[in-house]
Design a protein around this ligand. Structure first.
Ligand SMILES: NC(=O)c1ccc[n+]([C@@H]2O[C@H](COP(=O)([O-])OP(=O)(O)OC[C@H]3O[C@@H](n4cnc5c(N)ncnc54)[C@H](O)[C@@H]3O)[C@@H](O)[C@H]2O)c1
Length: 407
């Protein structure tokens, strides 16, 4: 293939265990490119990394660039790396043409011959570089400002892929991404272990919470986890706040009595009346200060000064005054906390779990508890491949977790 343009690349790591080599080869062939293996040294001991060098061929420079961009996310780096090619944004809210679109993996960018770490890994963003500060960070499209410098093409990019651990790790026993037929007590034990670790490291565990947590009677158990410092931030929508407050003002969630499990006459109006009461008070915080709201999840958030973000959606009633209805603003608020996360519990909300999953670095230990296995599959399909799914009733899961951690 002497006439075709090519680039020599290398890759190091657990290339066989983590199936990185087949992924790279597949990717090159799927894009109608070709490769030649120049060197492949397999690690001899189980902790030894393997090392490979390949020559990647494309039809022309553009095709080669497309292939190189695709395989960069598997940790491939040019043998003779060049500095990243920067281009200034010419409009607010628009990346320059051929911008590099990020993954959620740890990423480095080469500037002035130095590899610098990109701040706040997040998928589907651009990489803004400040050459004077010699710094780089991910930026969402809506936050682009004209004149900002962005990385374009694949040159000068190095990505660290997540490698499959060789040794038994917490969660390794759940090697399948979605677990419905695994011992739940053991799973809860492992999740508790992670939350303890994250707390000891002084990092943040975010709980992303759907209204089923309230419907199943688990809101007080989640409040226990917040009081004990295992959950340091809560994301949700209008529904979880509404039904939590409904349950505290009326003893119902969506009109169902939480003690007897039976529908209450006129109960279907309770959630709307709850929203109205809070709107009249001015805010959830004001309702707590005025002694109107005296218990529950939202009350606990206020009393413990735990940060939370309630993001609006299309069919919200009211909404509650604290719900952020500008979705881009809600995204920015969530991103602020997502960047500090060490772990994330996604509890029965498909909408918010997928949204938050897209904001988290792949290194954040993520657990999704939902009764529907498709939710975890969707999370993984949308790029949050690190999420571990637990197919279970969220009420039982949160209660067992709170018991395990606060007993
Ligand atoms: N009246 C309102 O204002 C109102 C009412 C409902 C929803 N909303 C809003 O709509 C958006 C989407 O709502 P959502 O997050 O509830 O819906 P969603 O469909 O995104 O997620 C609900 C999830 O809960 C799971 N689930 C249900 N029961 C469960 C159980 N017992 N155990 C485990 N998982 C269970 C389902 O499988 C589903 O994945 C949110 O922003 C919400 O605030 C508003």
């Amino acid at each position: 293939m002497p006439d075709l343009p090519y680039e020599d690349v290398e890759i190091e790591g657990h290339l066989i265990d983590s199936l990185m080599m087949p992924h790279i080869m597949d990717q090159v062939m799927d894009l109608d490119g070709e490769f030649e293996m120049l060197k492949f040294e397999v690690g001899r001991m189980k902790d030894d990394p393997s090392h490979a060098m390949m020559r990647i061929f494309g039809r022309d420079a553009t095709h080669l660039d497309e292939i190189m961009t695709a395989i960069t996310e598997f940790g491939v780096v040019a043998v003779k790396p060049q500095d990243a090619v920067l281009r200034a944004a010419d409009m607010d809210g628009v990346f320059p043409e051929r911008f590099y679109s990020t993954t959620n993996l740890t990423t480095f960018v080469r500037i002035g011959g130095e590899w610098i770490r990109v701040g706040h890994p997040e998928m589907d963003c651009g990489i803004r570089v400040d050459p004077e500060e010699v710094s780089a960070e991910t930026v969402a499209m809506s936050d682009v400002q004209a004149g900002d410098l962005f990385v374009t093409g694949h040159k000068g990019i190095r990505v660290l892929p997540l490698e499959r651990p060789r040794e038994s790790q917490p969660f390794e026993f759940m090697a399948s991404a979605v677990s419905s037929e695994k011992p739940k007590a053991q799973i809860v034990h492992e999740v508790a272990h992670i939350l303890r670790q994250v707390k000891e490291e002084g990092r943040l565990t975010i709980a992303v919470v759907g209204p089923a947590v309230v419907h199943t009677g688990a809101a007080p158990q989640l409040a226990r986890l917040i009081e004990a410092g295992y959950v340091g931030c809560v994301f949700g929508g209008n529904a979880v706040a509404t039904h939590d407050i409904e349950s505290n003002l009326y003893g119902t969630s969506l009109g169902i009595n939480l003690t007897s499990g039976s529908p209450v006459p006129g109960g279907h109006e309770h959630h709307l009346r709850a929203i109205n009461t809070i709107r009249r008070a001015g805010s959830i915080r004001a309702a707590v200060d005025q002694g109107i709201l005296t218990g529950g999840l939202m009350y606990t958030l206020m009393q413990t000064d735990t940060p939370y973000v309630l993001a609006g959606s299309i069919r919200d009633d009211g909404p509650m005054p604290e719900v952020i209805t500008d979705v881009m603003q809600a995204q920015r608020e969530m991103r602020h906390y997502a960047q500090q996360a060490g772990a994330c519990l996604m509890l029965s909300t498909m909408l918010h779990s997928i949204a938050v999953g897209n904001m988290l670095p792949a290194s954040v230990r993520t657990v999704c508890a939902d009764i529907n296995p498709a939710v975890v599959t969707k999370l993984a399909d949308r790029g949050s491949f690190q999420a571990i799914g637990i197919v279970t009733d969220v009420g039982l899961f949160v209660e067992q977790l709170a018991d395990e951690l606060t007993r």
